[in-house]
Design a protein. Structure first.
Length: 297
């Protein structure tokens, strides 16, 4: 299986651990990610605040590159990138808007653009739960996890096409198949504060603290995410949420790809676990102890 891959800017910087683990997991699942040549930033959160046409042009260029490369499917790990790419595909259906966007490009954007989806959805499309179970080398038995999707992965529903926009269950199904105990997490699609971490830090502190408090109250070993911005707010900025809530969380925030990689028996170095701000070593110790007990039974 070969997917045309749009990594997005954060994959080469703040979410390098997401990139490393995504590549490692896909390789273990016999999925080849062929990086889109000469891709550019999609504009992420701020571009559309400056110009809708410029923001769309950034995405249109990537979509056009994928079309020119003959891609049937373009996948990306980042929900923000995915949302922008899908929004641009929609807006380019407007002839007048497309004309304005084309004027910003070297050549008019192709009309027949590839389907775009997230890496996790693409994996679920081609690897059944039974096939995934068959590839597990180290079951996640003994770990209690909560899946946190964030506000963007499943919304707006008519654009993102990610299951129930209020109660998606894809990560729960995948990680349950890996042997983990997945708890019901009512704030799974609540906003963590998104890109307000710099301009409106108190907003991010309040939102992230609510999510972390619930996870801590449920006594989970880790929160599992699929968004670089969510991971940053809940991991890198966890200290800010602690100061706001006056409570110590010390809660690891792992990408789903890192957790899948552990179950697939991949080395920790390939999964970028060393990049986490809040160490997941207590979780790994608990997991190792559960494995030891299971092997000795």
């Amino acid at each position: 299986m070969n997917f045309t891959y749009y990594p997005g800017c954060s994959a080469h910087g703040s979410s390098l651990d997401y990139e490393l683990s995504t590549q490692a997991v896909c390789q273990a699942l016999d999925i080849t990610l062929t990086e889109l040549a000469d891709w550019n930033c999609c504009g992420s959160t701020p571009a559309h605040a400056t110009s809708h046409e410029l923001s769309a042009a950034l995405c249109a260029r990537n979509l056009d590159l994928a079309a020119q490369a003959g891609a049937d499917l373009l996948v990306t790990p980042c929900p923000s990138c995915l949302s922008n790419l899908l929004a641009t595909k929609e807006r380019l259906q407007d002839v007048q808007f497309k004309h304005k966007v084309d004027a910003l490009l070297d050549a008019p954007c192709a009309s027949n653009l590839p389907r775009v989806t997230s890496v996790v959805q693409a994996i679920a499309e081609v690897i059944s739960l039974e096939e995934l179970k068959a590839k597990i080398k180290k079951p996640l038995s003994g770990l209690k996890l909560a899946a946190y999707y964030g506000c963007l992965m499943s919304r707006p529903a008519e654009r993102m096409h990610f299951e129930d926009p209020e109660n998606p269950m894809l990560l729960e199904r995948m990680l349950t198949a890996c042997g983990a105990e997945m708890v019901d997490f009512p704030l799974k699609t609540a906003c963590c504060g998104a890109a307000f971490g710099i301009p409106k830090r108190p907003l991010t502190q309040v939102n992230s603290a609510k999510i972390l408090t619930l996870a801590a109250n449920l006594q989970v070993d880790a929160l599992v995410v699929a968004c670089p911005l969510c991971q940053m707010n809940l991991d890198l900025r966890q200290g800010q949420a602690e100061r706001y809530s006056k409570r110590k969380f010390n809660l690891p925030i792992l990408y789903y790809s890192q957790v899948l990689g552990l179950a697939l028996g991949l080395p920790k170095e390939q999964l970028g676990l060393h990049k986490l701000v809040v160490s997941c070593q207590p979780m790994l110790n608990k997991w190792a102890q559960a494995q030891s007990i299971a092997e000795g039974a």
